[in-house]
Design a protein around this ligand. Structure first.
Ligand code: HEM
Length: 118
């Protein structure tokens, strides 16, 4: 499959994951929990699948440092919506942690990975 499709899926599922994670921070009402956990669960799986698709197509499945850092960011970010429902009083710290994890993953792609290629 053309890596552009993986790229599209990667970025789109990241948008969905981010939007629904921040919806959980804004309103962690128990009645929203099931739906949010389902949507973030599917989106996070698609981020991972498309990420590994890109890794296979563009990097011959080579695990460089930047990929490992992204995996750690992905793992951390994927857990935060669930934590928001169990510990709603931590929402502002969780939102800050989300921004940090997203920024770190973006730095890995746009600064570390592209700098290595230049
Ligand atoms: C918080 C998590 C993540 C964020 C915010 C993120 C973000 C991005 C973005 C914005 C791109 C650039 C897409 C493009 O230019 O077309 C990208 C590419 C990529 N991502 Fe992720 N990603 C995340 C998680 C992952 C995970 C878990 C993997 C697993 C292997 C992964 C592997 C890759 C690969 C291989 C590329 C292609 C890099 C290249 O063009 O050489 N990402 N990611």
């Amino acid at each position: 499959m053309n890596p552009l499709y993986y790229s599209l899926l990667h970025v789109f599922s990241l948008f969905v994951l981010t939007a629904h994670t921040f919806m959980a921070f804004a309103n962690p009402a128990p009645e929203n929990r099931k739906r949010t956990m389902m949507i973030t669960g599917i989106a996070t799986l698609l981020v991972l699948i498309s990420g590994f698709g890109l890794l296979a197509k563009l990097h011959q499945n080579q695990f460089s440092g930047w990929v490992i850092v992204k995996l750690i960011c992905w793992l951390g970010f994927s857990m935060l919506a669930g934590i928001a429902f169990r510990r709603p009083h931590l929402r502002s710290q969780l939102a800050l942690a989300s921004l940090f994890l997203i920024l770190t993953a973006l730095v890995m792609v746009y600064l570390v990975r592209f700098a290595a290629a230049a």
